[in-house]
Design a protein around this ligand. Sequence first.
Ligand code: GLU
Length: 397
Amino acid sequence: MKLSKIASKVRPSQTLSISVRANIKKAQGFDVINFSAGEPDFDTPYNVKEAAIEAINENFTKYTPYEGLLELREAVADTLERRGLTYSPEQIVVSNGSKHALKNAFSAIIDPGDEVIVPAPYWNSYIDIVNMVYGVPVVVETKKENVFKITVEELEEAYTDKTKALIINSPNNPTGVMYTKDELEKIAEFAVEKDIYVISDEVYSCLVYSKKMPHVSIASLGKEIYDRTIVVTGLSKKYSMTGWRVGFSASNAEVAKAIGNIQSNSTSNVNSIAQAAAIEALDNADDVAEEMLKEFQHRRDYIAQRVSDIPLISCMIPKGAFYLFVDVSKLLGREIDGKILETSRDVADVLMDKYNVAVVPSDAFGYSDYIRISFATSMRDIVEGSRRIEKFVKDNF
Ligand code: GLU
């Protein structure tokens, strides 16, 4: 019996698989430093956990509206309003994490064969999600000299009469790069002129390190672009709630209704307990989130400096998110233990196998010659992991 074409095409999430590999090695007794998945190491805030316990004790355990509790969607609307985005609760759907919100969003707008422009480096799951809804990802490799940001000229070149949407992810995973208001205005103009949707993945909008460069949502740049943008974000990164699986989309009412219908026939509502916890997070955990952000900034400054001091490899200081995108091109073509390092995946393999450091090679993100280091991990791991990466370079090159 044959699998479906889609099932044979979809790959396991690379970020998650490398993290699983690291955890298996850890369980075997190796002291592995896991710089792979972008998962904050902090505990979920205490009051959020208490809200969930209370929800259980109060038997808040039945179906909720499939699009999410009204109180939660109101809390989401308030949060978005503080970022300059006005949505009514009817325009918001709560899903099982932002990954699920993305899948729902694409399901709502893509017909088989429709093209979606995906600037690379991209977060790995975009490609598989677009494939899963029978869309065609059109990858545009951004240039290092453009700080990995897509330009309107590149968009024009990628555009065809089948283009239905484009993805903007700012701050970006894996580079930490952020688009300015001016840049977004140009992209918005392009999207409006071509009459296409924009999927704006804003899950890292809570992790921005400079007050001088606040996050701008493309949806905030006028009525026409607002109408054609689907904003997707979630609670995982901001409140350290990865396992709770709460994300959401905000869009025009027609798209939101379609997303709700799709969800009503697939997963129904997000776990009721997680929704109760999410309300508490949005209403009463921003002070804890602020503390986590400060700690991420401290870690970012430390690891960016350490990596910059290592010969042959280099990185930019990320403006947002919690990843360092490290150029390892100067290590390629060299030999370790009789094996030539051909790609950054070979570099990542040596780091994992010989130095017990898990990183994600950039081919996972549709780009060559880089590795991604997540600094959403403890300072102890960051210090030790940087030491091992330095040793790897000094030992071998
Ligand atoms: N988004 C995070 C990452 O890129 C978490 C893992 C995943 O879902 O891909 O590492």
